[in-house]
Ligand binder design. Structure first.
Ligand SMILES: [Zn+2]
Ligand SMILES: [Zn+2]
Length: 165
């Protein structure tokens, strides 16, 4: 698997600010094109994995991705799911979140947008905090103080959602 030093995003349109899920900004076509450009052959199984991720309304575990990507008895094997997710993560269009549970969950992210998560400890609902990152300023301060650039973070807040309160 060849990992690029620089990812070319010029073929993706810049997202506008809407209240929609940022996941909708990513199109299947753009992701497929990016994966091809990075040396991945797009098989039917891999296509099913991407489609599953795009349609998911919450982060999914590797098991869940594999189960949901099954079409007419044809399911990708676990190694394929892992390989696709690892490549997507290295290209920064998927990220791992932990949701306070023992396994990792994956979701697609738009590299031009940032958001954090609030997770309901009662029902498990995951809410994306779009346009309201609480630590952007802190990030800049950390960068300055420690001489780091391109600092990223992924925050998970926990609490009870309106329906469970
Ligand atoms: Zn809840
Ligand atoms: Zn943030």
């Amino acid at each position: 698997m060849r990992l690029p030093a620089n990812v070319n995003w010029s073929f993706m349109t810049r997202p506008t600010h809407t209240n929609q899920s940022p996941l909708k900004e990513l199109s299947l076509g753009a992701i497929v094109e990016l994966l091809r450009a990075n040396g991945m052959r797009i098989t039917k199984n891999r296509m099913q994995i991407l489609d599953t991720l795009l349609r998911a309304s919450k982060p999914l575990s590797l098991d869940e991705i594999q189960r949901r990507a099954r079409v007419a008895g044809d399911a990708p094997d676990y190694a394929t799911v892992f390989r696709v997710m690892t490549l997507l993560e290295s290209l920064q269009i998927a990220q791992k979140v932990h949701l306070n549970r023992p396994c990792s969950y994956y979701e697609l992210v738009n590299p031009q947008q940032h958001y954090d998560h609030i997770i309901c400890t009662e029902c498990g609902r995951v809410t994306l905090m779009i346009d309201s990152c609480p630590v952007e300023r802190v990030e800049r301060k950390i960068g300055k103080q420690y001489g780091f650039s391109e600092i990223r973070h992924s925050l998970e807040f926990f609490g009870k959602c309106p329906e469970c309160t």
